[in-house]
Design a protein around this ligand. Structure first.
Ligand code: DLL
Length: 434
């Protein structure tokens, strides 16, 4: 069995707009009636549910921010009584309280279908053995992929993150064909395989479902080579649902958004103005089928571009460009905006270094300084200092010509940069500590 919702995935624009408009009207009415916090927000904006008659009125609605969820911690943004909630997840972020999200049975069913659609779009089916190494628990990655893979009838191995030696053993023994985890953890698994003398030919993997953090095209090629697989990008966020809000299909021309459940917009992150299709800006989602937590115009802080051309796979759903950075992760160095994924792209063009890196930012004598620590691979590590210095110069030059800013490069010994079993931390910005 596979999970292909032809009606929704190939729907024409007019019919989709009709469905979205109906669902939006219903959602706005529900949040207005059931969530005091939304009622207040709408009153402040001078609107009532009667002002929302179609998706064209979406822009009238106020935005929802992560801080709104935190201010109503833990359950103040739920639209229904707690007894109807069958599952709670949470995401920690870097600061402050957890962001708590809840699901009804119906929400879990829709989430599972969305993930199942994603997995089906890259050819995963009931013959596959799906090794889920995303964390199980409050994080949505593990259970999100789990339910979707089960729905298509695949054999699910719920390993969760960590204990990498055991992961490798199980990948081998259970002959998994699909690996689901963050791209940084996949890289760590590949490293450990090399150390343990396990080759990609000892495994039966054919597909990787990677996401939950930004990763570059170069990292994708690297992972494809290391495992001998096709790697796909799955996107999502707990506040909207979890993994499966969008994913790229086999044609890889952007990530298909499940727009019958979530209406996407791109806005200017500074002014909040809605931008035309094709412009880059902050992704905003409105949930139109969620029962427990139907967020309206949720500001994701993720930067992307929308494209509603029909994809070669036949799906008509609007696609979003790979998220290569969050407004939060952007480092501003002497006025230049830099995303870690841009640095990653440059590093991965150099075969003498490993894709393990850490970016340190500081301000010395009022000047922003960026230093990138990168692991050398074994071959260059045993080389003369002269060669290592020449490589540092070469990488520095490449980063300078790509990003237009000067940086310090320090090649460090293999295995000295901390590995991640979930979302990788790439930046230490000491300026924030002052
Ligand atoms: O990371 C859900 C998820 C789990 C997605 C497993 C994919 C796979 P949160 O912990 O709430 O939820 O974090 C959401 O992670 O706003 C993005 O900044 C980032 N993110 C998620 N997927 C991608 C991706 C999960 N494919 C936040 N590319 C989002 C880039 C991603 N960033």
């Amino acid at each position: 069995m596979c999970y292909w919702n032809e009606k929704m995935e190939t729907i024409d624009k007019e019919s989709l707009k009709k469905i979205q408009s109906e669902r939006l009207k219903d959602t706005v009415k529900r949040v207005y009636e059931n969530i005091p916090y939304y009622r207040e927000k709408m009153k402040e904006a001078g609107i009532t549910p009667d002002d929302i008659n179609s998706v064209d009125d979406l822009h009238k609605l106020p935005f929802t921010y992560k801080t709104d969820l935190r201010d109503n911690y833990p359950f103040g943004t739920f639209a229904i009584p707690l007894k109807e909630i069958v599952r709670v997840h949470a995401s920690s972020g870097t600061t402050g309280k957890q962001t708590v999200v809840g699901y009804t049975h119906h929400d879990i069913d829709i989430w599972s279908e969305c993930v199942a659609r994603c997995l089906t779009s890259v050819g995963i089916n009931k013959d596959d053995i799906v090794h889920v190494a995303y964390g199980y628990g409050l994080f949505t990655g593990g259970l999100g992929l789990h339910y979707g893979a089960e729905l298509i009838g695949a054999t699910v191995i719920p390993v969760s993150g960590g204990n990498t030696a055991r992961q490798i053993q199980l990948l081998k023994d259970f002959e998994a064909t699909v690996l689901c985890c963050t791209p940084s953890y996949a890289l760590h698994i590949a490293d450990q395989m090399r150390e343990a003398g396990v080759s990609k030919d000892d495994l039966k993997l054919r597909i990787g479902i990677f996401g939950a953090e930004p990763w570059s095209e170069e990292m994708k090629s690297q992972l494809e080579n290391l495992f001998g697989i096709k790697a796909y990008d799955i996107y999502g966020l707990s506040e909207i649902m979890g993994p499966g809000v969008s994913m790229n299909c086999q044609h890889q021309g952007g990530l298909h958004i499940q727009a019958d459940h979530f209406i996407p917009e791109i806005i200017d992150p500074d002014t909040g103005e809605v931008l035309p299709e094709g412009a880059e800006g902050e992704l905003v989602f409105t949930c139109i089928t969620k029962e427990a937590l139907p967020l309206i115009r949720y500001r994701t802080k993720d930067l992307s571009v929308l494209n509603s051309d029909v994809c070669s796979c036949g799906r008509t759903t609007v696609r979003m460009k790979k998220v290569t950075g969050r407004a939060d992760d952007m480092i501003i160095i002497r006025g230049v905006n830099v995303f870690p994924s841009q640095i990653e792209s440059v590093l991965l063009k150099h075969s003498e270094v490993e894709p393990h890196y850490m970016i340190y930012v500081d301000r010395i004598n009022n000047l922003d300084i960026m230093e990138v620590h990168i692991e050398m691979n074994q071959s260059i590590f045993s080389d003369q200092v002269r060669k290592i210095e020449a490589l540092e110069r070469k990488i520095r030059h490449d980063i300078e010509s790509t990003l237009g800013i000067s940086t310090k490069i320090r090649l460090v010994e293999p295995n000295t940069i901390q590995r991640s079993e979930g979302k990788a931390k790439r930046v230490i910005d000491k300026r924030k500590l002052y």
